[in-house]
Design a binder for this molecule. Structure first.
Ligand code: CP
Length: 317
């Protein structure tokens, strides 16, 4: 694997999942793989899980890690080519990425969308500028439209918990939120569910929250949440802002929040969320604190996903 920006970079999802689950059993078995190699983690936005789990994963492989909060500690970056830099930006990504590429063997970047300009976000301008100029393998720590480390984690979490011969029914449901959030997590979850193809995948959301068809694929979309949740084995909860009316909140219906009542017709479904989650807005306390929530072990699996990805890149450098 040469980079990790989307599911399309992965030659075999089942193989990568198996590698991650092997690391879960034996975290230090490839301790020498990253010896004398450095991972540079570049953050343009905040993070808890992605930052910490990827650092732990890199260290398990024997790598050195440097974390750079470029948004707070670096020069203001210019991302557009060919501009006269007479405004607020101080350093062009051409130099910044290329220089960081001199220091690190692998670079990992977090760059959220602006949610103002759909074309700019959906062409992944920012992360692609790093791919273009860094000269090193790039790992996405969440980009404008995708969050592949999260989605690989989610596949691992479903795989390790599902022991039956039939495919599990996995329902991704929109839930309310007070802020306009990116579509990266739901886009990515849909992309990976479709690429993995070991689940019956259903999406439910209010009218107007359709995802980019490039990621949603052929997954059935049901606008009645109660109907969609019937018989679900896994419920993946996430808010996102509208893709159609780009970046806008067009529904605030609190009945979409996940409660025990909402889960009553599921197959005692396990409830997943990428975190952070706003309690009693997205998911009720009774669910997050109850036996059906698996959000903490799900977040724990972030380490094994990151370790599998870094090891595959190290092996092919
Ligand atoms: N799920 C996730 O990416 O968490 P952080 O934003 O805290 O990294």
């Amino acid at each position: 694997m040469k980079q990790f920006i989307s599911a399309e970079d992965v030659p075999s999802v089942p193989q990568l999942v198996a590698t991650a689950l092997d690391y879960k059993k034996s975290p230090f078995k490839d301790r020498g793989l990253g010896e004398n190699k450095t991972l540079g983690m570049i953050f343009l936005n905040p993070s808890l899980r992605t930052r910490l789990s990827t650092q732990v994963a890199a260290r398990n492989l024997g790598m050195e890690v440097v974390v750079f909060n470029i948004d707070k500690e670096g020069w203001a970056l210019e991302m557009n080519d060919g501009v006269v830099m007479s405004g607020n930006t101080t350093e062009h990504v051409k130099e910044a990425a290329a220089v960081m590429g001199q220091y690190f063997d692998i670079m990992a970047i977090r760059t959220f969308p602006g949610l103002k300009n759909k074309e700019e976000d959906y062409t992944e301008k920012y992360i692609n500028q790093f791919v273009k100029y860094a000269g090193r393998p790039i790992v996405s720590l969440e980009s404008a439209t995708l969050h592949p480390l999260q989605s690989l984690t989610d596949v691992i979490t479903i795989k390790e918990r599902w022991q039956q011969p039939r495919k599990p029914k996995v329902v991704m449901t929109w839930a309310p939120h007070v802020k306009a959030l990116p579509q990266a997590v739901p886009n990515s979850f849909a992309e990976w569910m479709n690429a993995w193809d070991e689940v019956d995948f259903v999406i439910t959301h209010p009218q107007g929250y359709e995802l980019d068809p490039k990621f949603a694929g052929q997954a059935p979309v049901i606008h009645n949440q109660e109907e969609a949740l019937e018989g679900a084995d896994f419920v993946y909860v996430k808010n996102w802002s509208s893709y159609k009316d780009y970046g806008k909140i067009t529904c605030t219906d609190e009945r979409w929040m996940i409660t025990n009542e909402r889960l009553k017709n599921t197959n005692n479904a396990s409830v997943m969320h990428c975190l952070p989650v706003r309690r009693n807005v997205v998911i009720a306390d009774e669910v997050l604190d109850g036996p059906q929530s698996i959000v903490i072990p799900q977040a724990g699996n972030r380490v094994w996903a990151a370790q599998a990805v870094l090891s595959e890149i190290l092996k092919h450098q």
